[in-house]
Every structure is written in C-alpha cells, then in structure tokens.
Write a protein that binds this ligand. Structure first.
Ligand code: BG6
Length: 489
C-alpha cells in the first residue's frame, strides 16, 4: 500500500479567498479587500482615493502598493471587490466542514486572517471575536476527527501595515509577525500542525521579469525579513511545544528545460535556484545557499542581514516542507517555440507534451513525481503537498449536479504520481486539495475559475444564492480518501 497509515488527506482554503466577512467581527481590511476582480487578460487593481475625492486604481500587489502622492487606499462604491464576501465560509463554516467530513478529510489546511486576530497591530491588542471564530472552526473540525493545519500568513496583509509602516520591507514587521505567531500558537492549543508562510517565495512573482532595480532590491529584502520572521516563530514553537510540528511553504514554481541543449539546462537550473530553492534552502537548512552571494551580485542588490538574523535562521529550521503544485513551465534560451499563454507562465514556452487547463496552465502529473524526488533528495524531511488542484469552468446543471470529469482525471493522475513517488522512497505526509470548496482566484479574482469538489452558487460579481452543491468530483474524492488512495478508478 503506497499511502502510509495516518496520511493526511484533505483540502485547503485561505481566509481572504474563502471567508468573506471582510468587515465583520472586528476585522480590519486586508490588501486584498481593496482589490477588484480581473481575468486572465486584465489584471486585478487596487483602488484608492485622492485628496480631492476622486478615485483611481493601480495594479494590485499583496505586499506593497504603488499609490500616487497623497492617495489613500479606498473602497470605490462603483467597483466590485470579490474578496469581501468571497464564498462566505465565515457564515457557512459548519455546513462546509460537515461536507469535508463526508469527503473523508483527515486534515483541513487553512489560514488565519492576521487582520481578524490583530486588526490594528500587536500593541492595539488581540480581537476576541476573531479568536472565537477560529476556535469555533477548529472545534468543528476536531468534532469530525479532522486535524487543522494552520498557516499564519497567506496573501493576507493587513492593509494598515502597508499604509502606516510600508509593509514587509520595514523590519518592524518581523517583530509584529513573530508576536502574532506566538500569540496564535499559545491561544490555539488545539492545533498541532502549524505553518508560518504560505508560498513564501511568491514575493518573487512580481520581479521575475522586472528590470526595476529598486523593486528587485525591495522584494529580496521582503523575502529575507519573512524568512527571519518565519524562523523565529519556528523556534518559539520548538522551544515551547515540542510535541507540535511546524513547516513553511513554497509556491511550486517548477520548470523543465525545454530542450536538451546544455544552455537550456543551465538556464533552467538558474531559474529553479532563483525562484524555488533559494528560500527553501534557507528555511530547511538555516542558511543561504552557496549561489546566493553570486545572485545578489548579479542582481546588484545588497541585503540588510544582521548577525541576529543569521542566528535566527540557523535556529529556526522547519519540521516538514510544504509546497503547492498546479502546473509546470518550460525554460529555454531558444527564441523559437510557441509562447505559453497562462497568467503565471512568466517568460515560458509551451511544453509540446502537455495539455493545458482552461487558464493555460500545463497539466503535468509526472512533473509532480519528478519534483517530489528532487525536493526529498535535497532536504530529507517529510513533504506535504498542500495545494494541488484544477481551476476550470464548471456548469451547474438544472438537477443541481456538476459533471466535472476533467477534475476527476486531474486528481487521479496526480494521486497516482504521488503514490509512485512514495513507492520510490519519498516521505510524503499529506495531500490537501486546493480550493476544496469554490473560492476567489488569487491571481484573477474570478470565482468562475473553480477548484472545488463543492460548487458554490455565486458568480464573479457576487450574484447567487451561495448554496452549496456536490460536484461529481465530490464522490470521486470521497472514494480516493476513504480508501486511503487505493481506489482510483
Ligand atoms: C496558489 C495560491 O499558488 O495558487 C492560491 O496559494 C491560489 O492562493 C492558487 O488560489 C491558484 O491560483 P489562482 O490564481 O487560480 O487562484
């Protein structure tokens, strides 16, 4: 049997994409609360107001915002903000968790909304209503034997940290985050599995093809500050709760070399070092990789790394390695070849051997097995595939069914790939399907880019009943999970 006893089968959501209740229960706004919807061709925008009362927009960013002089982030009554209500987990969590239990979940991967727990920073104090909401969610999970796996941070930046402190480039954020982490770990004693950052390397997304020197410098410092904050929280948990486990997570920016030209191999190695291994090496090994100094020199950046940071990184290495995996990209030095069109296919060519999702992401289950080996060989600590899934257009039929065979096929092939990887020696501790219930797409802000086994009746503009329906993949997932990955037919 490939999947070990106790394998953590489950699903994954994030607070800002699923919860809604953006201004309820004492929560302050996140950056995403100022983001409009977009689509694969039109980016999401952050809205602001000028001193003369006129509204404007600028491309949306999670950790930053480039506002014109004098502007303030603002909600424009003429715009629609998909994260405000999202798919309303805030009011439906009991019903949703009952459906997760029916699916056979052993784990529920979720995030805390920082702005719900500390709406105005650490000094202003913890928000009892926010704390109560999460206690209720955990209670509901544990009632069904579902282990909550809790991420402290996922694209969920309290907006006032950006407006008042300039965001993660300010080292004050390290202390704020560490206090948030400690307080959450102390408060939520019922949680055994913790994680610091979701997709910590995603700070790199915005600079993958950037020639803006200042921005590159900023993002590398942001990543460093986050790595230090993560390590300090990891150490706190290890020192105080030796029976609990904590990880950190990487976005699966996985690339193949497009051809066997050694130049392509080298280009791909560099891509993987820069965008994937760089952060993972730090949070698993406790120090920057050998190629880091060369990379900084090449990028012409200088990082503020103190002695205390170096010590913290060394002392705060994780217990398990989490990653997301949706698709792969191809790297080449050759100019010919068809361009990849998906919204996260930065500088990539189409892989002629793979089919693509409705959003242009190359579906590559064999790549999952390949990269599981690569990661495990390098780090030799348990892996957690905590995000994998297919965003697709779904149709709700009149009889209330959704026939999503494409999602079933995607799941089958990826579970097979994991099972082969385990048979070949990889220590994989769990698998949580991304967007187990429909939610707001992070990159495009659409809801019609659906991932769930559970359909939520709401469109991109918040129209609908928010009623939940089981898709065909619901029954399939249930079969896979309850047979511990044995029954994939
Ligand atoms: C992951 C993110 O990388 O990709 C999720 O952690 C996101 O937040 C998921 O939703 C899928 O991307 P998208 O853009 O389709 O939502």
């Amino acid at each position: 049997m490939s999947f070990p006893k106790g394998f953590l089968w489950g699903g994954d959501i994030s607070a800002n994409q699923c919860e809604g209740g953006w201004d309820e229960g004492g929560k302050s706004p996140n950056m995403t609360d100022y983001h409009t919807g977009g689509n694969v061709n039109e980016p999401r925008m952050a809205t602001y107001i000028m001193p003369d009362g006129t509204y404007g927009k600028t491309p949306a960013m999670i950790e930053n915002c480039n506002l014109p002089e004098g502007a303030k982030l603002a909600i424009n009554p003429d715009e629609f903000y998909p994260n405000h209500k999202a798919t309303d987990f805030y009011h439906h969590y009991k019903e949703d968790i009952a459906m997760f239990a029916e699916l056979g979940f052993k784990a529920f991967n979720m995030t805390l909304s920082w702005a719900r727990i500390f709406p105005k920073g650490i000094k202003a104090g913890i928000n009892p209503e926010g704390v109560e909401f999460y206690h209720n969610v955990f209670k509901e999970c544990l009632k069904y034997g579902i282990e909550p796996l809790v991420h402290l941070y996922k694209y969920d930046m309290p907006a006032f940290y950006i407006e008042e402190l300039g965001g993660w480039k300010n080292r004050v954020l390290i202390d704020e985050f560490v206090e948030f982490g400690k307080a959450s770990i102390d408060e939520f004693q019922e949680v055994t599995y913790w994680s610091t950052f979701n997709e910590i390397n995603a700070a790199q997304f915005s600079i993958l093809d950037s020639s803006n020197q200042e921005e590159v410098q900023r993002q590398y410092q942001v990543l460093h500050n986050q790595l230090v904050a993560s390590a300090k929280v990891v150490k706190y948990l290890h020192d105080n709760y030796p029976n609990k486990k904590i990880g950190c997570m990487q976005a699966g920016i996985f690339t193949h070399a497009l051809t066997c030209d050694p130049e392509d191999e080298l280009a791909n190695q560099k891509e993987m070092q820069t965008n994937f291994w760089y952060a993972g090496d730090v949070f698993v090994r406790g120090y920057y990789p050998s190629y880091a100094k060369h990379l900084w020199k090449e990028l012409n950046i200088t990082l503020d790394i103190t002695e205390e940071d170096t010590k913290a990184l060394k002392e705060g290495t994780v217990d398990f390695f989490e990653f997301s995996y949706y698709f792969s990209n191809c790297v080449t030095t050759h100019l010919d070849g068809e361009e990849a069109t998906g919204n996260l296919n930065f500088m990539s060519k189409k892989n002629p051997y793979l089919k693509e999702s409705d959003w242009g992401w190359a579906i590559d289950p064999k790549g999952l097995k390949f990269f599981m080996h690569e990661i495990y060989d390098r780090y030799q600590i348990p892996l957690m595939n905590c995000e994998n899934g297919l965003g697709a257009f779904d149709i709700l039929e009149e009889d209330g069914r959704v026939h999503d065979q494409y999602r079933i096929d995607y799941m089958r092939e990826h579970v097979k790939a994991m099972s082969e990887g385990i048979d070949e020696g990889v220590d994989l501790m769990g698998y949580t399907w991304w967007g187990c219930i429909d939610l707001v797409s992070a990159s495009t802000g659409e809801i019609r880019k659906r991932y769930g086994f559970i359909y939520v009746d709401v469109d991109d503009f918040g129209n609908g009943t928010y009623k939940r329906y089981k898709k065909d993949s619901f029954e399939y997932c249930k079969k896979v999970y309850t047979s511990n990955g044995e029954d994939l037919d």
